[in-house]
Design a binder for this molecule. Structure first.
Ligand code: DAT
Ligand code: MG
Length: 144
């Protein structure tokens, strides 16, 4: 089965009407969207999704931001898609993200950095079920 990753267009991306621009960049790379929805984080989901950051100094601001408005949640599939998506997204701090990357071209603030992508296969396996049931995913490698 091709690798899978969770991608979120964060509330700033939805507010700024960058959904199409962000999806265009991911689809142009020939990554496949196998699940997609608009959803809003609640407090518990924020703590689960960002469990590695709970307790850090920046977490309260991150949590306030991620629950502040609707997000687009997607599962992408493709060869080495986890590292490929991370490269397309760019560095966590948009100031250090290379031009050509989503954060490098479109974002400026660390908290409001537009997009999330899973950072490893273990993370993807933890994150995907927080947002999608198996029935909501339409793999390119199965006869759905
Ligand atoms: P990434 O989103 O690139 O995987 P991360 O998992 O380390 O980065 O952090 C999750 C989010 O938390 C990140 O997108 C923005 C915010 N964040 C991370 N480090 C931060 C910091 N030092 N100050 C403020 N916000 C931070
Ligand atoms: Mg991360």
């Amino acid at each position: 089965m091709p690798e899978r990753t969770l991608v979120l267009i964060k509330p700033d991306g939805v507010k700024r009407q960058l959904i199409g621009e962000i999806i265009r960049r991911l689809e142009q790379k020939n990554l496949r969207i196998i699940g997609i929805k608009m959803m809003k984080f609640d407090s518990a989901l924020a703590d689960d999704h960002y469990s590695e950051h709970v307790g850090k100094d920046f977490y309260p601001a991150l949590k306030d931001f991620i629950i502040s408005g609707p997000c687009i949640a997607m599962v992408l599939e493709g060869r080495e898609c986890i590292i490929t998506v991370r490269n397309i997204i760019g560095n966590t701090d948009p100031v250090n993200a290379l031009p050509g990357s989503i954060r490098g071209d479109l974002a400026l603030e660390v908290t409001q950095n537009l997009i999330h992508g899973s950072d490893s296969s273990a993370t993807a396996e933890k994150e995907i079920p927080l947002f999608f049931s198996p029935q909501e995913l339409f793999s390119t490698s199965s006869p759905d």
